[in-house]
Every structure is written in structure tokens, then in C-alpha cells.
Design a protein around this ligand. Structure first.
Ligand code: NDP
Length: 461
């Protein structure tokens, strides 16, 4: 690592101490760079402070009600089950504080300087923090995104976003959640599991646009069976507030009287107020920073990673982008972050996970496919009496036999899909799946025992 020119304070300034920024900062520091990381909020960013981690803790917290119902079929007598929301929030907050401390230590131990203020880009090599101007050879923007409210009367004034939903002083008895993406489904599971009457309002016919259509149909049915009240092909036209309650007026003329309306209608990149347009950085229609596959903007000294670039908005992707940036720019190890076949999970209840293409996308890309499906009642559900079915699907390119899409709805699918993701990434064929001996009895073994292709119904293999 060459020494910084004398007029630079740092080799690298990272704006944003979320997962991607911290990874980039500490790897660059490990390569010998003199690094400052600027953060005006709590280190940890969206994922640790107000996203993946607190959401999953609340998801676990809410899932015990279904576990308690299921336990009865196994002989447990459970009476007088009750839940203390304040206790859950306090425990969650303590864990978030612990993780924030770890993020601080990671930077410190790597030798990076954490500057706890808001920063603004004021030149290709310049970041202004308060009344101080800092100069660096390279600047990495890793400021993430923020919830977006739809422009509907009363929405922004009266609705909460996922930020507030994670810290409500009391659990709403009834809530209307707008949208049907990752966040809407995950919070529907949380509130429904904790006993709130939960409405899900969305404009499409099925939740999770972009996911495989069969999975979308199965999750809609499962949410309905678990008690979530679905309002498909509907929109919220107006939100009002009266006597501490909220009213959501829907397109179909109905009016929901609830304790909270939650907007889960997407997120937008956090570029407002960063000064990027003034220094000539090209932004996209939603304010996202446009970068090449080395995460470099059109201003050569400025780079961006993570949700602010609106590529694949997932924490592990931001981390991969940050790591590739630091290795390439400071470690003499030029490489691109690989955005293909990224597995992901929606922590709805039941959860969904997938890697690769939906059937519709695979058909468009490859033409002839072989599709394998399995739908069954998980063994645990036999004694519990829960009717919910697990759904699994393998999509195979008929010409090459390669598995190009894998989808699942059912318990532990996020854990299962991580391993399947390796196989898909390695280019596994259906024959490779068939040659793998299953672990019995598990649900996952279905992925290696599906023999009948759906479309022609003829035995396969
Ligand atoms: P999504 O993009 O997943 O979903 C947005 C939802 O808002 C969709 O249902 C969309 O409807 C709806 N919507 C958007 N605009 C309008 C409008 N004008 N009127 C009515 N409805 C509208 O965003 P989320 O906020 O749920 O999540 C943001 C991203 O964060 C995700 O895409 C994901 O990348 C990431 N994330 C990942 C998680 C995980 O890995 N488990 C968890 C949470 C977030 P339509 O489908 O009709 O467009």
C-alpha cells in the first residue's frame, strides 16, 4: 500500500458504517490503508440496527405462539399463554446494543477511525463533516436506503415504517400493512404471531411479485390459513387518524379501523443531501448511485456499494461488494462481486427461500424446462394437526440438465437453501441432485428424491 499523498488525510473515507461499509473499511485497513469511516447514526446500519437482526429476533419471538399450538398435539398442556411485548423489545434492544459494540470493535481493531457525524461529499476527494473538510484518495459511499412512503393523503403523516414497527411502545391489537414484499410479509408474520389482527393490503393478485408464481400462491394460502387477512388487488387511498386510532380507506370502498398502519412499500436509496449531484455523480431515477461492476461511479475517485446502488438489496451482497472493492483497490487483488445465483429468504411465517430463477424467468431464458414439485405435510404437522403444507420446486434447463431455480416454502427453508445455493452456484445438474443420498427423515431430502417432471408427467431418471 503506497503512502497517501501529503494533502490527503486518508487513503479511504467510507461514508456509512453499515454491514457493507464496515466490511470495506476494515478489509482496506487490513491491506494497510489509512481509513476513516463516517457515521451519523449507530454503527451497524440497517441490517443490525433496524433491519435483518431485530426483525429476525421479533420473528422468533412471535413464532412461539404457533409452536405452543403445535406442542399440544405432542402431549403438552399449555394454559394461560401470554406475551409481554415490552420485555421482547427490551431484550431485542439489548442484543442490538451488544452487536453495535461489536461493530465498533471491528473497526477499532482493524485500525480504522470511526467519525460519528454526518458527512457530505463536497469534492471528488473531499468529505465535509461538520465544519471540517477531510480529504481522501478514494471515497466509498455505503449509506444504504430508507423506507419509502407512497404519495397518498395521510400516509406519511399517520403510517409507520419498519423503523418504528421494531420499537412500538405497545403491540397494536389490529394493524394494516401496505405492500407485499419482503418487509410486509415478515412483519405480517410478526404481528399475526403475537396475536394482532393483521391485514395485508397489496395491489397485485398475489404477494411477492418477482418470486416464483407457485410459491406466491402457496404463501398467500398459508398466510390466510394462519389468520392474516388478505386484501389483494387493493390499494390504500387515504389514511386518517382519530382518537389514537387510524383509518385506512381502501380502493374497494372498505375502511379499516386499526391501531397502526404500516407502509412496507419499498425503500429508496439514501442519497438525498449527500451532495452527489453537485460533484457530478450520475444517479438513477430513484436516486440510486450508478456504478460499474467494480462499484465505481462516473467520478473515478468515488465508489458506492450496497442498497444505495439498488443492485441486489441484501446485506450479504453489500458485504461482498465492500470486500471486493477493498481487495481490488487496496489489496492488489482485482475482483468483481458476483451477483449471480444469490440465494435469499423471506422470514415470513412460514418462511420462503429461493436461489436462481423463477419458472417464468427460466422459461424466458432457456425455453424448454423440466419442473419438479413436491407438496407435503411436514412430519411435525402430522401430530400437531397443523394443515400447512411444505412446497418445494426444482426448475431444470432441459437442454443442459442444469438446475436453474430452486424454491421452497416451509420450516427451515432459509437454512436448507444456503446449502442448495452452493450446488446451484457450482452448476449442479438434476443428475447431481439425483446422485445425492438424502438425510432421512427430513424435508430437505425431497430436493434429492423428486423423480417425476411436472410438465410431461413421465418418470424422470
Ligand atoms: P419490496 O420491493 O420487496 O416490496 C415493495 C412492496 O411495495 C411491493 O409489494 C410493491 O408492490 C409495493 N409497492 C411499491 N410501490 C407501490 C405503490 N405505488 N402502490 C402500492 N404498492 C406499492 O420492498 P420492501 O420494502 O419489502 O424491501 C426492500 C428490499 O429490502 C427488498 O426488496 C429486499 O431486497 C430487502 N429485504 C430483504 C430481506 C431479507 O433478505 N429477508 C428482508 C427485508 C428487506 P408490487 O409488488 O405490486 O410492485
Amino acid at each position: 500500500m503506497a503512502a497517501s499523498p501529503a494533502n490527503f488525510d486518508y487513503d479511504l473515507i467510507v461514508i456509512g458504517a453499515g454491514s457493507g461499509g464496515v466490511r470495506a473499511g476494515r478489509i482496506a485497513a487490513g491491506h494497510g490503508a489509512n481509513v476513516a469511516v463516517i457515521e451519523g447514526d449507530r454503527p451497524g446500519g440497517t441490517c443490525v440496527i433496524r433491519g435483518c437482526v431485530p426483525k429476525k429476533l421479533l420473528m422468533y419471538g412471535s413464532s412461539f405462539s404457533a409452536d405452543a399450538e403445535d406442542a399440544r398435539g405432542f402431549g403438552w398442556k399449555i394454559d394461560g399463554l401470554s406475551h409481554d411485548w415490552a420485555a421482547l423489545i427490551a431484550a431485542k434492544n439489548a442484543e442490538i446494543a451488544r452487536l453495535e459494540g461489536i461493530y465498533r470493535s471491528l473497526l477499532k481493531n482493524a485500525g480504522a477511525t470511526l467519525i460519528e457525524e454526518w458527512g457530505r461529499v463536497t469534492g471528488p476527494n473531499e468529505v465535509t463533516v461538520g465544519d471540517k473538510v477531510l480529504r481522501a484518495g478514494k471515497i466509498l459511499i455505503a449509506v444504504g436506503g430508507t423506507p419509502q412512503f407512497i404519495d397518498v393523503p395521510g400516509m406519511e403523516a399517520h403510517a409507520i415504517s419498519s423503523n418504528e414497527a421494531l420499537d412500538l411502545p405497545v403491540l397494536p391489537k389490529e394493524i394494516a400493512i401496505y405492500g407485499s414484499g419482503y418487509i410486509a410479509l415478515e412483519f405480517a408474520g410478526i404481528f399475526n404471531g403475537l396475536g394482532a389482527r393483521t391485514h395485508l393490503i397489496y395491489r397485485s393478485d398475489l404477494p411477492l411479485r418477482g418470486f416464483d408464481d407457485d410459491v406466491r400462491a402457496h404463501i398467500a394460502a398459508a398466510l390466510h390459513d394462519r389468520g392474516v387477512i388478505l386484501h389483494p388487488q387493493n390499494t390504500i387511498e387515504r389514511v386518517t387518524a382519530e382518537d389514537g386510532r387510524k383509518q385506512a380507506c381502501l380502493k374497494d370502498g372498505s375502511r379499516l379501523e386499526v391501531d397502526a398502519v404500516m407502509a412496507a412499500t419499498g425503500r429508496r436509496p439514501n442519497t438525498a443531501g449527500l451532495g452527489l449531484a453537485d460533484v457530478g455523480v450520475a444517479l438513477g431515477r430513484q436516486g440510486e448511485i450508478i456504478v460499474n461492476d467494480m462499484s465505481q461511479t462516473n467520478v473515478p475517485s468515488l465508489y458506492a456499494i450496497g442498497d444505495v446502488t439498488n443492485r441486489i438489496n441484501l446485506t450479504p451482497v453489500a458485504i461482498a461488494e465492500g470486500h471486493a472493492f477493498a481487495d481490488s483497490e487496496f489489496g492488489n487483488l482485482t475482483r468483481k462481486a458476483d451477483h449471480t445465483n444469490v440465494a435469499s429468504a423471506v422470514f415470513s411465517q412460514p418462511p420462503i427461500a429461493s436461489v436462481g430463477l423463477s419458472e417464468a424467468d427460466a422459461e424466458q431464458r432457456f425455453g424448454k424446462l423440466r419442473v419438479f414439485e413436491s407438496q407435503f405435510r411436514a412430519m411435525k404437522n402430522t401430530l400437531s394437526g397443523r394443515g400447512e403444507k411444505t412446497y418445494m420446486k426444482l426448475i431444470v434447463d432441459a437442454a443442459s440438465d442444469r438446475v436453474v431455480g430452486v424454491h421452497m416454502m416451509g420450516p427451515d427453508c432459509g437454512e436448507i437453501m444456503q446449502g442448495i445455493g452452493i450446488a446451484v452456484k457450482m452448476g449442479a445438474t438434476k443428475a447431481d441432485f439425483d446422485a445425492t443420498i438424502g438425510i432421512h427423515p427430513t424435508a430437505a431430502e425431497e430436493f434429492v428424491t423428486m423423480r417425476i417432471a411436472r410438465q410431461d408427467g413421465s418418470p424422470d431418471g
